[in-house]
Design a protein around this ligand. Structure first.
Ligand SMILES: [Zn+2]
Length: 187
C-alpha cells in the first residue's frame, strides 16, 4: 500500500551534487520519509548550484563518434559559436528539457526511429573517442537524474542523447534545429 503522507514535518536534509553537499530544510512525511520541494526550495537550490565552481560540473569519457562530433562542430560554425561545447550543452539541454519530458511524444518516436536506422552504421560507430566537457549546474543535475532513471552512467546517457540529437540534425529535423537555435541564442 502506498503512503498517504498524513503527517508532515520539517526536517534537515542533504543532497549530493558532483561531490558537493547541498544542505536544506524540507517538508517530509513522518511515516515514509518522502521529501516535498516547494518553489522556494527549488530557488534556494538553484542559487546554491550557481555558486558552485563551474569545473565541478564536468562529464567525462563521453563516447562520441567522429561523424556525430562533426555534426555538432559544423553546427557550431553555422550558428557562429566557436566552441563546440556550447552546442553539446545546448543539445543535452534540448533533449532533457523538451524531448525527454515528452512535451511532444511524436518527436521522441521520430527521433528513436531515425536513431534505430543509423544503428550499426559508420555515422554512430566510426572514430569513437571519449570526450569530456563542462556542463552547468542545472544541466548536470538534469543529466544525473535522467541517467539514474535510465540506469546508466552519466557518460553513457550523454553519449546516447548526443547521438540522437546528431541524427535528428543530420536528417534536418526542423523542430530539433529550431529548439537548438533557440537555446543557443539564449546562452
Ligand atoms: Zn509518506
Amino acid at each position: 500500500m502506498s503512503c498517504e503522507h498524513e503527517t508532515i514535518k520539517m526536517a534537515r536534509r542533504t543532497k549530493q551534487v558532483a561531490g558537493e553537499t547541498f544542505k536544506f530544510s524540507a517538508e517530509v512525511c513522518a511515516a515514509c520519509g518522502a521529501e516535498f520541494w516547494n518553489l522556494d526550495l527549488e530557488r534556494e537550490f538553484g542559487t546554491w548550484l550557481a555558486k558552485q565552481k563551474a569545473d565541478r560540473f564536468k562529464v567525462q569519457k563521453v563516447k562520441i563518434s567522429a561523424a556525430v562530433y562533426k555534426t555538432f562542430s559544423d553546427y557550431s560554425l553555422y550558428v557562429g559559436k566557436g566552441d563546440v561545447s556550447f552546442v553539446l550543452r545546448a543539445a543535452l539541454n534540448v533533449y532533457l528539457q523538451k524531448i525527454a519530458r515528452g512535451v511532444t511524444p511524436e518527436m521522441v518516436e521520430a527521433i528513436e526511429e531515425l536513431h534505430a536506422k543509423e544503428k550499426g552504421t559508420g555515422f554512430l560507430e566510426k572514430g569513437v573517442k571519449e570526450r569530456a566537457f563542462r556542463l552547468n549546474g542545472r544541466l548536470y543535475v538534469d543529466l544525473e537524474s535522467f541517467a539514474r532513471l535510465a540506469e546508466a552512467s552519466m557518460a553513457h546517457a550523454a553519449s546516447e542523447i548526443l547521438a540522437r540529437v546528431a541524427v535528428a540534425l543530420k536528417r534536418h529535423t526542423e523542430t530539433v534545429k529550431n529548439e537548438l537555435e533557440y537555446v543557443l541564442r539564449a546562452s
